[in-house]
Design a protein around this ligand. Sequence first.
Ligand code: FAD
Ligand code: DHB
Length: 387
Amino acid sequence: MRTQVAIAGAGPAGLLLSHLLSLRGIDSVVLESRDRAYVEKRQRAGMLEQGTVDVLRGSGVGERLDREGLTHHGLELRFGGAGHRIPLSELTGGRTVTVYAQTEIVKDLIAARPAAGGDVRFEAEVLSVDPSAPSVTYRQDGRVQTLECDVIAGCDGFHGVCRAAVPGATVFEREYPFAWLGILADVPPSTDELIYAYSERGFALYSLRSPKISRLYLQVDPSDDVAAWPDERIWAELRARFATRDGWELRDGPVLEKAITPMRSFVTEPMRHDRLFLAGDAAHIVPPTGAKGLNLAISDVTVLAAALGAWYDSGSTELLDAYSATCLRRVWRAEHFSYWMTTLLHKDPRQDAFGHRLQLSHLEYVAASKAAAATLAENYVGAAPKL
Ligand code: FAD
Ligand code: DHB
């Protein structure tokens, strides 16, 4: 069997790439190891940069996003028992961010594929890829098969197989001494805007999914087990970390889901070998503080779709040759921002008293200085200048 672009992984990167290629008349086959229900339910990110919303809307999959997405113009930094609003739109010439869950983007993209003649195969596990005589070997229904292609897109996430097919790659990595416990709760949000809270007890984030559903995160120890976090303990800890001197109240409710995510920074360079192109989490991971992971994945495949379009149209390899460097400039900006937000807002158990005082001073500076707040804002909304 043969296609033009073989895509490993039906996460946001693989699905959107397949969609963008079909709009350019380029055939693709998406191979996904999990079943459809699993892929559609996996709880992850929720904050979209304006550029991400523009790509989804511009490619015709933004209808539900426009209806159900929640537009945000600011966020709150909370520390020392008080909140400090960062007016994102005011500081970035009117740009906004949108809360719309990754699960919903994935559902919208899967729903759009058959209408455009898309071929997405679930429970089809990629076993290996050959970047030089481009082909993908995969197993479906217990049978090992080969898919011949012009190009392979490695969109198979951090635990996928494609990254290993880039020989001689350089890896840059950092681990953090904390993890996030994320919950989805059946309770109307106690806030209109996201709250990033630093406290002596550690970081907490209040996000939302809809007027009825809240999404919250707590810094925990990476060795913690979710079993050690019964619902009452989670709400008590959230209440303590979000506490303000003016008596702000946190509403609680039934916890629908909970999971612990480790935090790491990771980049592999280059993002290409021969006819294999890596995109999204297959090539880079950011710690979630600042919500860049999903936005980077969308940005990578937008660059790749344009480069493949130019190659099929004119035979020019210019954009494909620039793919890795083009993506990595943005990746490294997001790596720095996510690292910065993470170290600004988490309680690091290795931190000495001096480091702790520096951290508090830094938080106060971001809250008080328009210049510092603008740095946060332009990175958060994705408006930082291209370097
Ligand atoms: P993925 O979404 O990981 O998709 C890769 C796909 O490839 C998966 O469907 C996987 O099943 C499939 N696959 C893997 N191996 C194979 C194989 N051998 N063959 C076929 N298919 C394969 N970002 C934020 O901004 N905020 C958050 O709060 C946040 N929370 C997260 C929580 C978790 C647990 C994780 C893992 C990530 C989180 N992220 C978050 C990051 C964000 O979700 C990712 O950056 C985003 O999913 C990247 O999309 P992707 O398509 O590159 O990779
Ligand atoms: C969400 C996740 C993040 O990592 C973040 O910084 C903001 C929001 C979310 O899941 O809604």
